[in-house]
Design a protein around this ligand. Structure first.
Ligand SMILES: [Zn+2]
Length: 661
């Protein structure tokens, strides 16, 4: 079994190289040699599949895609820690600890990695399972993803029957920046911070994705061990180091004062770390003392997490720019002089909205304090007024959309300022999706995804373009095909016949909802008539108030809207109301009254019918629409029956005329 020996030797060499590279950061084997040996091992394993073991270096990326994550009940809960925010709170923690313990207390201080907590389980020295923290009691089985992290040993030099180790999976700052750059290029949403990126990577069903993310781990606790006992936490960490784990940097301190100084020093150094830290952990070193202290319902009493305040730095505001989001909301941001903050270079800061800028009186030219609090874009904490140069002026929010030049308007609830442009490129997607929606132009098959690909392909730059789409290019779009393209084009074609009320609603004019659109269409009959209406004419209509009238007129008279209407007219889209006017509800209908009505005289009934556009005749003929039959109706009723003309009781008649009002 010559090859069997070679396999064993190659695995040892590769594991050693891996360990030197990823854990010790001190490689002795060249990448070239590593690749050669790995390939040789793969060949041998391919020839002898029976010799493949799960802890072989070839098995780190199994390539098996999971269909979900199974729950794992943690043998020992992964507790969270009580937070302390000041030296004083740290001293109070120390007092509580020393009150409960007889002798001197030694502490261990470690940086708190901002990542994803996991438990790694080993049986007889082999990595068998890894799980996320979850709620501390129950987590998710992410073994295959964890196996791809090269700094996790797949087997240990010393083979205890059972060992469970806790650690923090993290994405190094460099990997994080690279990942977000790639995502930006591909138009994918960015991760807010390395912690989210690490967590997102761990939840990938395909381990190859996790493997590509450059994840790393630092272990910091033995949760459970069989066949070995320890006296102190520091001892456990030293043991883990000998087992080739990448162990958290840690410092043993004899007093809380020493611990406090160490925590401050870590805070000052934190930018130099490869990973984000969100604090430092202080733990009682003696494991028997820990047992004495125990836990509250929420936290262990023997540890605390010191949280550093977010890092702040001064930066000069070079400019304030306004961006228009896809929903038309205008968002201002400050362009600042580049400054290093929490491990990344910051060049802009969020300003949220006009109120935020006014409240803080942020001006171009100001020096401001910026801080990063878990988000990608840092925020401005305060303006350093003593640094304000002469001649600065308060910032004024633009009154026109910086993208299309249309007027901007504040939302009803005051929260956002939006562009009102009918064809604003920035909010094209939103406009199109609304235009095609069921209550608007009802273009089946034109949902957000299709709209997006049409826009991305440059085929549509406004609702008018929908009416010029051609079959071939649409069918060539991704996930489209000939059949869907055909259906889409006929749905577009059908929508040309829609009533004016649908089109008015589809325009997405602020304040003009479905009901107002209907009222306007029925009243004005044509879009042209509506376009020449005055404010007085509009507000004279019941249901149309001053705000609606103004918003409508602003919209109708903007050059963008007029361009849009012209395009639609040229495409043959119906611009007329096809519903009967309210006052003409009974137009063309002839009524014959017979017998005695209880609630009306003949004259009253006649007036009612005529006011709705109908006619009243004395004799029944084929042209009679309805015969209204009161008490003691005579020959006219028989004639109507012979001709098959519908008859109305007085109740039905009342319902008909009142329904028409
Ligand atoms: Zn705009």
């Amino acid at each position: 079994m010559e090859e069997h020996l070679e396999i064993t030797r190659l695995r040892q060499e590769l594991e050693q190289a891996n360990y030197e590279y990823y854990v010790l950061d001190n490689p002795s084997m060249s990448d070239y040699d590593f690749d050669q040996k790995l390939r040789r091992l793969e060949e041998l394993e391919a020839a002898h599949p029976e010799l493949i073991t799960p802890d072989s270096p070839t098995q780190r990326v199994g390539g098996k895609v999971a269909d979900g994550f199974h729950e794992v009940v943690h043998r020992v809960p992964l507790e969270s820690l009580q937070d302390v925010f000041s030296v004083q709170e740290l001293e109070e923690f120390d007092l509580r600890v020393r009150d409960a313990l007889p002798g001197e207390v030694e502490y261990d201080v470690e940086p708190k990695v901002d990542g994803l907590s996991v438990a790694l389980e080993y049986e007889n020295g082999r990595f068998v399972r890894g799980a996320t923290r979850g709620d501390g009691q129950v987590g998710e089985d992410v073994t295959e993803n964890l196996r791809t992290i090269p700094s996790i040993p797949l087997h240990l030099p010393e083979t205890l029957p059972s060992l469970i180790v806790r650690g923090e999976v993290f994405m190094p700052k460099k990997s994080f920046e690279r990942l977000n750059q790639e995502r930006e290029l591909r138009g994918e949403p960015l991760f807010a911070n390395p912690r989210n990126a690490a967590a997102g990577s761990m939840r990938q069903l395909d381990p190859r994705i996790a493997a590509s993310r450059g994840l790393d781990i630092l272990v910091f606790n033995i949760q459970w061990s069989e066949g070995k006992t320890f006296d102190t936490h520091a001892e456990t960490l030293e043991y883990l180091e000998r087992q080739r784990f990448k162990v958290i940097p840690h410092y043993t301190c004899r007093t809380i004062r020493e611990a406090s100084e160490r925590i401050q020093a870590l805070g000052e150094e934190r930018e130099t770390y490869r990973f984000d830290i969100d604090g430092a952990v202080v733990k009682v070193n003696s494991l028997s003392d820990r047992a004495l202290l125990g836990s509250t319902a929420k936290f262990p009493r023997w540890a605390a997490a010191f949280k550093y305040p977010p890092e702040k730095k001064p930066a000069k505001v070079l400019d304030i720019v306004v961006q228009v989001g896809r929903t038309g909301v205008l968002t201002p941001k400050a362009v600042v002089e580049p400054v290093r903050l929490a491990g990344t270079t910051v060049t802009n800061a969020t300003l949220h909205n006009q109120d935020y800028i006014s409240e803080k009186d942020i001006r171009i030219g100001d020096t401001v304090l910026v801080q990063k609090a878990g988000e990608i874009i840092p925020e401005i904490v305060e303006v350093l007024l003593s640094h304000r140069p002469e001649g600065t002026v308060p910032y004024r929010f633009p009154e026109q959309c910086p993208v299309c030049g249309a007027a901007v308007a504040r939302d009803d609830d005051g929260a956002h300022i939006r562009c009102t442009g009918a064809e604003c490129p920035a909010q094209l997607l939103r406009h199109l999706v609304h235009f095609a929606s069921r209550d608007a132009m009802d273009i089946e098959g034109l949902g957000p995804a299709v709209v997006e690909s049409l826009v991305n392909a440059g085929m549509v730059t406004g609702p008018g373009d929908l009416y010029h789409l051609e079959l071939e290019p649409v069918a060539a779009l991704e996930r489209m095909g000939k059949k869907s393209a055909k259906n889409l084009l006929s749905a577009v074609e059908r929508s040309k016949e829609n009533d004016l009320s649908r089109l008015l609603f589809a325009f997405g004019i602020r304040q003009v909802g479905q009901k107002a659109a209907k009222v306007l269409a029925v009243h004005f009959r044509t879009l042209d008539a509506l376009m020449s209406a005055s404010e007085e004419e509009l507000t004279a209509i019941p249901d149309i108030g001053g705000i609606t009238a103004k918003s409508l007129l602003d919209w109708l008279h903007s050059p963008q809207s007029q361009h849009l209407i012209r395009t639609l007219r040229e495409a043959g889209v119906n611009l007329e109301c096809r519903e009967a006017p309210a006052g003409d509800r009974l137009a063309g209908k002839t009524f014959v009254l017979t017998g005695t009505l209880e609630g009306f005289t003949r004259e009253e009934a006649k007036a009612k019918i005529e006011s709705l556009g109908g006619k009243v005749s004395g004799s029944v003929s084929k042209k009679t629409a309805f015969v209204v039959a009161g008490e003691a109706a005579g020959s006219k009723l028989r004639k109507a029956q012979e001709l098959g003309i519908p008859m109305l009781t007085e109740e039905e008649f009342v319902a008909l005329v009142e329904g028409a009002e």
